[in-house]
Design a protein around this ligand. Structure first.
Ligand code: GAP
Length: 434
């Protein structure tokens, strides 16, 4: 089967709904643009991805700790951060069909839908406001956080004072962010509610260049280890910088089928913008004093800020493969929702079902394991391939007589006979690579 790039996205959207990865948000009410729910398989995959990121940050790096900050903060935060003034999207509208577009997405100066003339760009602030309080007239305006990283700056001093960390060190966080995107679309790519994984690395101003280069490479290598086609990942250097950045690169997924839709993660040279801004607006001293030299300075920041949902989407695009007579999600086993599926060869042989149930229950303690006894083995393989389950274990009459099972590999489709006593170790080596 030939794989066409332009409709790959449609196929993924359909697979995601059909198999329970991602559903349109509030669908029974006609949906709401820019909002999605993760279904039973999607939440497993997303949690796997977030755990991999979290463990890599906090365990593979000695001096990184995590926080989980609030979504609503004191509204002054967004003044200090520059978002109230500068977090804007320029928007143009077609004078003929009245469709709206982000000015940045328009290459020619006419409407991409009908060719009509466009208005001059107008700017819209994309912070999502909310109101706190119950008495009309006394409510205060607050904002759902427009980027997750702000709470890290707010907690910088608390983390420093409650730990033994010394500069350089990092604080990481995974959390929701909200933006009133004027043109939400392209499935998970541009949503109004989405998740970010951020590292804020605090260092001496003289060491910014070194750490900026270091984190750029580190993050790229991490992504490369998860994609089947690492050659589809690249860097893009920003010419136009965000209000806080002195230098910035995106890690892009180059095979993205979305026009202007490649950015997966940003590596930002934020300098002292954040801590200086919050120190000025809050009146708190957010400087750091080096315990050895006594030097006092405002730590500078290298940020790595990625979209969990975009990584999720790009990993699906990277994994989606059409072969002769099957569709396979060739996901890294560490990311796949189920690691293994267990089948009894025949559903109507109680002794096979009982043996298979025993194996299933044991494996379930260790790995996310699926059970399937519907249809024939071929159909079960097809169903598991489509959701990316890397290994299928079939329990047959040899399992009863010789204590063995057949393990089938998703990608090669090769089958191996494995002793039931060795099965957990065998799968652990295959899945975790240890
Ligand atoms: N703290 C810096 C910051 O928020 P950003 O480039 O605006 O930087 C970081 O966002 C990442 O968040 C992006 O690389 C992208 O993966 C993700 N992201 C941004 N807007 C998004 C949206 N509307 N929907 C889904 N993901 C989004």
């Amino acid at each position: 089967m030939e794989q066409k790039q332009d409709n790959k996205m449609e196929k993924i959207v359909s697979l995601c709904k059909r198999r329970g990865f991602v559903f349109p948000g509030s669908e029974i009410y006609g949906g709401l643009a820019g909002f999605y729910d993760f279904g039973p398989l999607g939440v497993e995959m997303k949690n796997n991805l977030k755990k991999l990121w979290w463990d890599w940050m906090t365990r593979d790096h000695e001096n990184i700790v995590g926080i989980d900050g609030a979504i609503i903060t004191n509204p002054k935060v967004w003044e200090a951060s520059g978002h109230i003034k500068s977090f804007v999207d320029p928007l143009v509208e077609c004078k003929k069909c009245h469709h709206r577009f982000k000015a940045d997405d328009i290459e020619e100066k006419k409407c991409p839908d009908c060719g009509g003339e466009l208005t001059e760009p107008k700017t819209f602030n994309i912070l999502v406001p909310t109101e706190l309080g119950v008495v009309e007239g006394e409510k205060i305006r607050a904002y759902l956080r427009g980027e997750a990283c702000q709470t890290i700056y707010l907690d910088f001093k608390n983390v420093l004072n409650s730990s033994r960390l010394k500069i350089p060190f990092g604080i990481c966080q995974i959390g929701k962010a909200f933006r009133n995107e004027v043109t939400p679309g392209n499935f998970l790519f541009r949503q109004r509610e989405f998740e970010q994984w951020d590292l804020q690395w605090f260092c001496h101003p003289d060491e910014m260049k070194k750490w900026f280069e270091y984190w750029k490479e580190e993050r790229m290598n991490w992504f490369r280890s998860l994609f089947n086609h690492p050659e589809n990942l690249g860097f893009y250097k920003h010419e136009k910088l965000a209000h806080y950045a002195k230098d910035a690169y995106d890690i892009e997924y180059l095979a993205s089928p979305i026009a202007n839709g490649k950015e997966m993660e940003g590596i930002h040279w934020r300098g002292d913008w954040d801590l200086s801004g919050h120190a000025k607006y809050s009146g708190e001293d957010l400087s750091y004093t080096d315990p050895e030299t006594g030097e006092k300075f405002i730590p500078n920041i290298v940020e790595t800020s990625g979209g969990v949902d975009r990584a999720f989407l790009f990993l699906l695009l990277d994994a989606y493969t059409e072969e002769e007579d099957r569709i396979v999600l060739k996901l890294d086993p560490k990311v796949a929702p189920y690691k293994v599926a267990v089948f009894p060869l025949l559903k109507n042989k109680p002794e096979l079902v009982e043996k298979a149930r025993g194996i299933y229950k044991e494996l379930k303690k260790r790995f996310n394991t699926a059970w399937d006894d519907r249809g024939n083995i071929g159909k079960r393989y097809y169903a598991q391939d489509e959701i990316g389950t890397p290994y299928c274990v079939t329990v047959d009459f040899d399992s009863l007589e010789k204590g063995t099972v057949t393990v089938r590999d998703r990608d090669s489709m090769k089958q191996e006979t494995v002793g039931i006593v060795d099965l957990e170790k065998y799968l652990k080596e295959k899945i975790m690579g240890v």
